[in-house]
Design a protein around this ligand. Structure first.
Ligand code: SF4
Length: 512
């Protein structure tokens, strides 16, 4: 399962050339305006949930760019509003309906002014609810599941003429990766100094609490040659770090696709191939399943300098009884042995995890086993949630649900332990000098912010020119949410992205 990100991130596509997207050209060939007919329209995408949704929002902006859609940060001005939804949290669908209620009022205001506002619901709620959205919110123009984003331009082109909601939640037999645009529509969230790149979608693991196998379909890996081509485009556009995404990313097994290579690459092989790209400084991947951590991938953490020493490896519970009920396919001991192997390969590796507290049937003894595992691992950060039933999943059918107050009390006990660990981890960085990839301006004027190899945000006083480069910074202060530091030595001098050693051959201040 992917890491969660702050809900409500906005994304919008920039206008792109008409030849930009082979997908849109194909899908909307009969509807797309010609050069002369291009009309600038405004797109507002609100993204909920995980990095995969952030990436998908950028994909939707890409495929809509050839129809003339560019981004806006003002929802009132939007000709098309897309809610890219997440189904992972409790009452997710209800939250979407209440958001739609607010949008309906905006749509009316725009229509009174003689303007159109198309409303689209995308993402996992769209996939799970489908026609239900059309029935409950008939003013919605488009309901589109994650497997059908390539058909969005055609749906949008038809929507202004249609009087009923168009719903497409099909899971096509053809590869979902066939439809990605070859050119990118411009800088967007998830695209920048650190860029997301989806290499795998869907999941065959069927954890009993999870909707992903139903909403995203069977596991599918993108051919390595295509991944490499997109990575090269991202680097050419300014990316210095690429985060490889997949619902179960370490199950990756893509066709190699080279001129002479008819075989398959696993994730370790793909990382090796991408690491050869000049100008790419850092690689990360998320989210992994413990069962798919191969020896080769563990070794890569010790051997590949561009692979950052941070791993999100969800365990969910420390109780073997609960892990079996979740259909996780591993025990607590197996997970701990993996952690041991990872630390043997890369002693500095920082670990993160997901936890579900109050899974049906979880006893106090089970919960204590989770606390024991957490104490043994010592995490750098983690995401923890109370179990919430997802309709249609096996766990939702169980009749031994843990009372809410019990689950809430356990969650706060767990979070206290995890918060302490995070505080300790960050405090342990003080006085260390780390290579930081600067990604954006900081909160205050004259500040820039970047990530350490261990995924912590670090702020320094520095010039905008640092953005897009790796520079050394000495950590001065730490809080649970990040680090403050000062540039060390020659600001902006290129350094080894992982261990901070200066690249003496190129000390000319070239962006890394
Ligand atoms: S591994 Fe389990 S939790 Fe993760 S996406 Fe697959 S089914 Fe969901």
């Amino acid at each position: 399962m992917l890491d969660r990100v702050a809900a409500g991130a906005r994304v919008g596509g920039q206008k792109a050339g008409w030849g930009a997207a082979r997908l849109a050209g194909r899908a909307a060939s009969s509807k797309a305006p010609t050069h002369g007919e291009a009309v600038a329209k405004k797109l507002y995408v609100k993204t909920f949930g995980c990095q995969m949704n952030v990436y998908d929002s950028a994909r939707m902006a890409d495929v809509l760019a050839p129809l003339g859609y560019g981004s806006t940060t003002e929802i009132e001005d939007a000709d098309l509003v897309v809610l890219n939804t997440c189904h992972i949290r409790e009452k997710a669908a209800e939250k979407v309906y209440s958001e739609l209620g607010r949008l309906r009022a905006l749509k009316r205001v725009r229509e009174k002014g003689g303007n159109e506002m198309l409303l689209a619901v995308a993402g996992c709620v769209a996939q799970a609810e489908g026609e239900e959205v059309a029935a409950r919110a008939p003013f919605v123009d488009i309901v589109v599941g994650p497997q059908a984003y390539h058909r969005l331009p055609a749906m949008v082109a038809r929507a202004s003429r249609a009087r009923r909601t168009a719903v497409d939640t099909s899971m096509p037999a053809e590869s979902r990766f066939d439809h990605l645009p070859e050119e990118l529509a411009g800088p967007q969230p998830g695209r920048g100094v650190s860029s997301f790149l989806t290499i795998q979608e869907g999941c065959d693991r069927f954890c009993t609490f999870c909707v992903v196998p139903y909403t995203r379909g069977a596991e599918e890996s993108r051919p390595a040659a295509e991944v490499e081509a997109e990575a090269r485009r991202l680097v050419a556009a300014g990316a210095r770090e690429i985060v490889l995404l997949g619902q179960n990313v370490n199950a990756y097994h893509g066709a190699a696709g080279g001129e002479t290579d008819a075989g398959e690459l696993d994730l370790a092989g793909l990382i090796g191939r991408l690491a050869a790209i000049q100008g790419l400084e850092r690689l990360r991947y998320t989210t992994s399943h413990p069962r798919d951590m191969t020896p080769a991938l563990i070794r890569a953490h010790g051997e590949e300098p561009k692979l950052m020493p941070f791993l999100h490896l969800p365990v969910q519970s420390g109780s073997d009884r609960v892990l079996a009920a979740m259909n996780r396919g591993h025990t607590a001991d197996r997970y701990l042995r993996l952690v041991e192997a990872l630390r043997a390969a890369q002693p500095e590796i920082a670990l993160s995890s997901d936890f579900i507290v109050g899974f049906p049937g979880e006893t106090e003894v089970d919960f204590e086993a989770t606390l024991a595992l957490v104490r043994e691992v010592e995490y750098a950060q983690a995401f923890s949630f109370k179990y919430s039933a997802r309709p249609g999943t096996p766990a939702a059918e169980r009749d031994d649900h843990v009372p809410n107050d019990v689950a809430a009390a356990r969650l706060s006990r767990l979070q206290r332990v995890l918060d302490d660990q995070k505080r300790r981890f960050n405090a342990g960085m003080v006085r260390r000098t780390l290579p930081v990839l600067f990604e954006r301006r900081g909160r205050h004027p004259g500040q820039v912010a970047g990530r350490t190899p261990f995924m912590q945000w670090l702020h320094v006083d520095g010039d905008d020119a640092l953005i897009g480069s790796v520079a050394l910074a000495t950590v001065i202060d730490a809080s649970p949410n990040g680090l403050a530091g000062a540039l060390a030595g020659s600001a902006g001098a290129p350094v080894n992205a992982r261990d901070g050693t200066a690249d003496m051959a190129s000390m000319g201040g070239i962006p890394a």
